[in-house]
Design a protein. Structure first.
Length: 374
C-alpha cells in the first residue's frame, strides 16, 4: 500500500515525522527519498507546525566543530558535527530554521548562514563598510519568492571602522542585507552617541516588533535602543527596575515587545510593553526552577536567555539545565518546564562547556538561501 500512495499524500504524512525519523524514512527506498526531497510540504512549513523548536547549543570557545541539540519532543540530547563549516562560529540569531552566525577567529564582521540538520553553510557577501563589533538585527518579511525559504533582512549598525589615516572610529551608519537581492546597502545614519552604545554595550540579540528593531544596552543600568525602519529614526526606551536587573533580554510575545530579567536575590520575571509604553508584569519563574537554574547561587549574572517561536529558554552552560517557558496546546497556554543539562550522550560523558544557544525549528528541506553563493 505504501508504495502506491500519491507523492503529495506521502509527503503530508512525512511532515509529521521528527527530523531523525524522516531521515530514516528517506533511506527506506528511492521512491520515499524522491518524495521527501521533491515536496517542500514534507520538510518545510508543515514541519514547523508539527514540531517544537530545538535548542542548539554551540560552545563559545573553540573546541572542535560540533554542537549539541535538545529535542523537546522526546526530551533527548544529541551531538552533531559541524565539520561542513570552514571555521568555528558564534550564533547571532535564528532565521526560521537557519542560524545566522559570525566566525570566532575574525574581529571584522563577516556573517554566514547555516542549517546544522542539512549541513549547509554559506558566507553572506562582505559589508559595504568593514566593521568591528557592530549591533546586528534580523527582520523576517515572509516566504521567499522562490523555494521553501524565508525572505529576510539583516541590519548592521555602529561598530568600529578604520578612519582614512588608520585610526579606528565609531561608524555612524547602518546598512542592510536583503536575502532577495543578496547584497548590502547603506540605509541611513546613526547618531554618534547611539553608535558608541551599539558598539560597546549592546549584545547582538535583537527583537523586531511593530516596525521597530530593538536592542538592549547594558551601560550601567539597562536601556533599550530602537530603530524605526520606515522613518529611519532612532528612539530610546526605559527598562523597568533597570538599575536592579542582573541580566535582561528582549523577546516578543503576541507581537508585543517583551523583557525577561532577574534581580539579585529575587525572581526571574517576564514583562510586556503595553500600548501606553508601560511595562506590565506578565509572568514569574517558579521558585523551584529558580533554585535549579541558579544552583544555589544568589546571582543571575551568568544567566543567558534565548527566545524562539513559542518558547523562552533560560540557561547558563551545557550541563546546568534549562528553565523553559513554552506554549502548549492549541489554546496558547504557556507553562514552565525543566530540561536537564547535557551531561552524557549515548552513555558517553559530555564535558560541561560555556555555550551560546539558539532555538530553531528542525528542517531537512534544502533552502534556496544557499544557492546564491557567488
Amino acid at each position: 500500500m505504501w508504495n502506491r500512495l500519491p507523492s503529495d499524500l506521502l509527503a503530508n504524512i512525512f511532515s509529521f515525522l521528527s527530523p531523525d525519523s524522516l531521515a530514516r524514512a528517506k533511506t527506506a527506498c528511492r521512491y520515499w527519498r524522491t518524495c521527501a526531497n521533491s515536496y517542500p510540504l514534507s520538510t518545510a512549513a508543515s514541519m514547523v507546525r508539527h514540531h517544537q523548536a530545538w535548542f542548539v547549543a554551540l560552545p563559545t570557545r573553540s573546541r572542535g566543530l560540533c554542537c549539541y541539540l535538545h529535542n523537546p519532543n522526546i526530551d533527548k540530547w544529541h551531538v552533531l558535527s559541524l565539520d561542513f563549516q570552514p571555521h568555528p562560529t558564534r550564533p547571532i540569531a535564528s532565521i526560521g530554521s537557519l542560524i545566522l552566525s559570525r566566525p570566532t577567529d575574525s574581529t571584522t564582521l563577516q556573517l554566514a548562514i547555516s542549517n546544522p540538520f542539512t549541513k549547509e553553510f554559506r558566507c553572506l557577501p562582505m559589508l559595504k563598510i568593514a566593521r568591528t563589533n557592530p549591533a546586528v538585527g534580523v527582520v523576517i518579511l515572509g516566504p521567499a519568492q522562490h523555494g521553501p525559504s524565508l525572505h529576510f533582512r539583516v541590519y548592521v549598525a555602529g561598530g568600529m571602522s578604520e578612519a582614512p589615516r588608520g585610526a579606528a572610529t565609531y561608524e555612524p551608519t547602518m546598512e542592510v542585507y536583503d536575502s532577495e537581492d543578496d547584497a548590502w546597502r547603506i540605509v541611513g545614519s546613526v547618531p554618534v552617541e547611539f553608535a558608541v552604545r551599539l558598539t560597546v554595550w549592546t549584545p547582538n540579540e535583537s527583537v523586531y516588533s511593530k516596525g521597530v528593531l530593538y536592542w538592549m544596552t547594558s551601560a550601567r543600568a539597562y536601556s533599550i535602543m530602537g530603530f524605526e525602519i520606515r522613518s529611519n529614526k532612532w528612539q530610546e526606551l526605559s527598562v523597568c527596575i533597570a538599575d536592579k536587573l542582573e541580566f535582561a533580554t528582549l523577546a516578543q510575545l503576541n507581537g508585543r515587545l517583551t523583557l525577561v530579567g532577574g534581580t539579585s536575590g529575587g525572581d526571574a520575571c517576564v514583562w510586556e510593553l503595553d500600548e501606553r509604553h508601560a511595562w506590565c508584569l506578565k509572568e514569574k519563574m517558579p521558585v523551584e526552577l529558580t533554585r535549579k537554574l541558579l544552583g544555589g547561587k544568589a546571582s543571575w549574572a551568568t544567566t543567558k536567555c534565548v527566545r524562539g517561536d513559542g518558547a523562552i529558554c533560560l540557561y547558563r552552560d551545557l550541563g546546568s539545565g534549562m528553565a523553559v517557558w513554552r506554549k502548549v496546546g492549541e489554546r496558547g497556554r504557556w507553562e514552565w518546564f525543566w530540561v536537564e543539562g547535557c551531561c552524557s550522550i549515548k552513555g558517553k560523558r559530555v564535558q560541561n562547556l560555556p555555550i551560546k544557544g539558539v532555538l530553531i525549528p528542525p528542517n531537512l528541506a534544502p533552502s534556496c538561501a544557499f544557492s546564491k553563493q557567488r
